[in-house]
Write a protein that binds this ligand. Structure first.
Ligand code: UDP
Length: 498
């Protein structure tokens, strides 16, 4: 007789060491556990500290979920102890060392899979070698993409039609052919890799090939957010996908929301009580994700724009390392001193140095706008909370995400950044204070356009919540996915008996 233990599916999750990849995958692993699947998350020691308390709580409530904690080879890669995540690498040089250390983990992770023999690998798409491993183990490999369908369709069509090759100027807008909507972009907003062969070109080919060879791709999105693009992608790529998002909505408990991703740098009570004292929809929330850092000059422009716009705000600031400053004590930089002094005096805003409880704050009724770098998680969190956005994309696929907000869904206003860059910590051409102020006013002001935008995003917020409820599209996709993994297991068992 087959024991209950053997019957239960065991899925192992391998997240990439960056908050925007790790946090949604941890949410997905927890979702699987709630749905009766034994989930194991592979993580390194310092990264585990970011969510161990949440997993411990799940275990106490009877879920079968575990962390498999590995030592991170920081010393072998020349990194300081504790530097195990892309968010702890303030320079491109350190990021490259981190990539190297992550590569060093491969044999240990492979060994772990061979010992554990789970029924499925959920792998970040940045680990293409898990395809070969899954074939060896005879189990499905699911890639976790971390972005949305709109981005995948835009990237696919740009590669297919190469519209940028007919454009001379970096700043002239052109339309991306073959998409369900008219989407415009400039050459300067395209990733380098699209325009020229770079050091990363071969790697991207490997990633794409791994995606094609996978059992399918897990998406953190929901059907009603981008229906035309879900259908377009399924029709034109033939890649199987399951839409499970927005997975951040799985954090219902206030404690989970507050503790998501890292230790917060403020007291959640002081933030919430400050927000309680504000009018509904009056506060601008500003956060550029877990990786982006701006130059001193850019931080000053943002500060001046906020000063001039007069809207109350919460601004999450990261530490800037100014390597050009010979005075070591002055290399670390957060904000212009004059600015912080004046806002504290006038109680106009709240500065969070470090990590904010983003999901918790966005949901507060006083938050009326979100100045975002257009990271996919932040976009989903803004949509889920029903907050219109001021868009300021920086790197990765963020310019594509911006177009979804500003040209398709019409729930965002661009500050007008024109230049894609490869590293989140690298300087960009300065976006001046007037541009920032104008975009903020367009979202936070009472004009008809802003009112309509708010209505649209509120409607999407309702659809997001519906998608993850029982019977909703994402909840149904999760049920189908678990059935698909079970069927794969059973088919393999039958074939083995033969
Ligand atoms: N985040 C947070 N507090 C912070 C900064 C970021 O909780 O102070 C979370 C945010 O809620 C989101 C993730 O970190 O879930 C950032 O992911 P995103 O895809 O938006 O951007 P990335 O950091 O990958 O550039």
């Amino acid at each position: 007789m087959v024991s209950e233990d053997e019957q239960q599916l065991h899925v192992m999750f391998l997240p990439y060491m960056a908050p925007g990849h790790m946090m949604p995958m941890v949410d997905i692993a927890r979702l699987f556990a709630v749905n009766g699947v034994k989930s194991t998350i592979i993580v390194t020691a310092f990264n585990a500290l970011r969510f161990k308390h949440i997993i411990d709580r799940d275990i106490r409530s009877g879920r079968r979920i575990a962390l498999e904690i590995l030592h991170f080879p920081y010393a072998e890669a020349g990194l300081p102890e504790g530097c195990e995540n892309l968010s702890s690498t303030p320079t491109p040089e350190m990021s490259i060392k981190l990539f190297h250390a992550i590569n060093l983990l491969q044999p240990r992770i492979e060994k772990l899979f061979r010992e554990e023999r789970p029924n499925c690998i959920v792998s970040d798409y940045l680990f293409p070698w898990t395809v070969k491993l899954s074939t060896e183990l005879g189990i499905p490999r699911l890639a976790f993409s971390g972005s949305g369908f709109f981005n995948l369709c835009v990237a696919h069509n740009i590669e297919l039609y190469k519209p940028h090759e007919n454009i001379q100027s970096e700043t002239e807008t052109f339309t991306i052919p073959g998409l369900p909507d008219q989407v415009k972009i400039t050459r300067s907003q395209l990733p380098d890799i699209v325009k020229t062969k770079t050091a990363f070109s071969a790697m991207f080919e490997v990633l794409k090939e791994a995606e094609r060879k996978s059992f399918g791709v897990l998406m953190n999105s929901f059907y009603d957010l981008e229906p035309a693009y879900v259908d377009h992608h399924r029709k034109h790529t033939g890649i199987k996908t399951w839409n499970l998002g927005p997975v951040s909505l799985f954090n219902v408990d206030k404690e989970d929301k507050a503790a998501r991703g890292d230790t917060i740098s403020v007291s959640k009570h002081s933030c919430l009580s400050w927000l309680d004292s504000r009018k509904p929809d009056s506060v601008l929330y500003i956060c550029f994700g877990s990786l982006t850092r701006f130059s001193k000059a850019q931080v000053t422009e943002i500060a001046s724009a906020l000063d001039a716009s007069g809207h109350p705000f919460i601004w999450v600031v990261g530490k800037v390392i100014d390597a050009n400053n010979n005075d070591e004590k002055k290399q670390e930089y957060w904000l212009p001193d004059y600015f912080e002094d004046s806002i504290t005096k006038n109680d106009e805003g709240l500065i969070i140095r470090g990590w904010a409880p983003q999901v918790l704050l966005l949901e507060h009724p006083a938050i009326g706008g979100f100045l975002t770098h257009c990271g996919w998680n932040s976009i989903l969190e803004g949509v889920s909370a029903g907050v219109p956005m001021v868009t300021w994309p920086i790197f990765a696929e963020q310019f594509y995400n911006e177009k979804l907000l500003t040209q398709v869904l019409n729930i965002g206003v661009p500050v007008g950044n024109e230049t894609w860059k490869i590293w989140a910590t690298q300087d960009s051409p300065l976006t001046d204070r007037n541009k920032i102020k104008n975009a903020v006013s367009a979202v936070m002001g009472g004009e008809d356009v802003a009112v309509e935008m708010r209505k649209r995003v509120n409607h999407l917020s309702k659809l997001a919540k519906k998608a993850v409820e029982e019977g909703g599209s994402s909840s149904n996709d999760l049920t189908t996915l678990i059935k698909d993994i079970r069927m794969y297991k059973e088919t393999c068992e039958v074939e083995n008996v033969r």
